[in-house]
Design a binder for this molecule. Structure first.
Ligand code: MTE
Length: 334
């Protein structure tokens, strides 16, 4: 976001993993076993073919146990092609691991994601420090294929695995005073070269926030996996937010703290450059960034000769969130 916009995607055609390399062999085996047993499954033959040839992901037991009963394609992106796994995992923003797009893939392997604890505090009936496994206990996994639009002007289509944020809110019981949700990323300088580097622009930890009604919207999602696998570290393992109608910087990674608050949280990018990055950060082609237009986006992967530029849509095409902002001036509340 600082802001380096490459002329075209750095991905080469040879880097692109075919979509058939999509879901884990473990899931494939679960599916083929169930098919052999004549069980009805919420997957199509086309999906099954995408499971082939993928090595099992290193995943915690709770993830592996939930995967066979995941609800596949609970939400899709219509006929928009899913971004190849290779691009989604090698063109990242995760400044804790460096500012180049390839840094998270190179450096985030050092992040220890097990055991992982999440503090839930503030205006909630059930505050506490939850192990991720305990936090996940009540939740099944569903797959949601969402568009992701970065404020820098590129976009992808990613099949996430996780559960609605609204379910977690219900689980921890917000009090009548709760009006916002604040999220915080882990800070581990010894594992995070970007934090160690003295790169002072970001006042760690990375913080994001939502109004409570935005957080409770059915599209707001907590992801623990993608492409049928556990989340790679560079994509925010083991738990990240996904808000498809907002610019990508709202989708905070590697969450260790979720607080329900009365006051609007001070968020990282709003704190760094309030004229450029607002609290709402709703995707809007009519509200330009002060330094570039937001009318179009580069759908990755692209190339110099095929930059794959497409029009950007209000709320990234997720019109169902419009009622959250009824009567609000979207230019003033960018
Ligand atoms: N979360 C943390 N903790 N640190 C970050 O630097 N970058 C954000 C967001 N979440 C970021 C973060 C930005 S700018 C974007 S576009 C998305 O993560 C990118 O997600 P991806 O790398 O999975 O595509």
């Amino acid at each position: 976001m600082l802001i380096k916009i490459p002329a075209a995607s750095r991905s080469h055609e040879s880097d692109v993993t075919p979509e058939s390399l999509y879901l884990s062999r473990r899931a494939f085996m679960a599916v083929s076993g169930a098919l052999a047993a004549g069980l009805a499954l919420p997957v199509t033959a086309a999906e099954i073919s995408r499971y082939e040839g993928v090595d099992p992901a290193k995943a915690p037991q709770w993830f592996t146990e939930k995967l066979p009963s995941a609800q596949w394609q609970a939400i899709t992106a219509g006929d928009e092609a899913t971004t190849p796994y290779r691009d989604a995992t090698h063109y990242n923003n995760f400044y804790e691991f460096g500012t180049d797009k390839g840094d998270p893939a190179s450096n985030a392997g050092a992040l220890q994601t097990e055991p992982w604890q999440v503090v839930v505090d503030g205006e909630v009936g059930k505050p506490g420090t939850y192990s991720l496994e305990d936090l996940m206990k009540p939740h099944g996994l569903e797959e949601r294929i969402y568009r992701l639009r970065c404020v820098e002007g590129w976009s992808m289509v990613i099949p996430w695995l996780g559960f609605p944020l609204a379910e977690l809110l219900k689980q921890v019981e917000p009090s009548a005073q709760a009006r916002y949700v604040r999220f915080e990323t882990r800070v581990a300088p010894e594992q995070m070269p970007g934090v160690r580097s003295g790169f002072t622009l970001v006042n760690w930890p990375y913080v994001e926030g939502l109004r409570l009604d935005e957080a409770a919207h059915p599209l707001a999602f907590l992801a623990v996996g993608m492409y049928g696998r556990v989340l790679p570290n560079q994509n925010g393992a083991p738990l990240r937010l996904v808000l498809p109608w907002k610019y990508g910087f709202k989708s905070i990674k590697s969450i260790v703290r979720i607080s329900l608050t009365r006051e609007r949280p001070k968020t990282t990018w709003e704190g760094i450059a309030p004229d450029e990055y607002g609290f709402y950060a709703n995707v809007n082609p009519q509200v330009d960034h002060p330094r570039w237009s937001q009318a179009k986006e580069r759908r990755l992967p692209g190339s110099l000769f095929r930059p794959n530029v497409i029009p950007t849509r209000l709320f990234n095409g997720y019109d169902e969130v419009a009622s959250l902002y009824g009567g609000m001036d979207l230019k003033a509340n960018y």
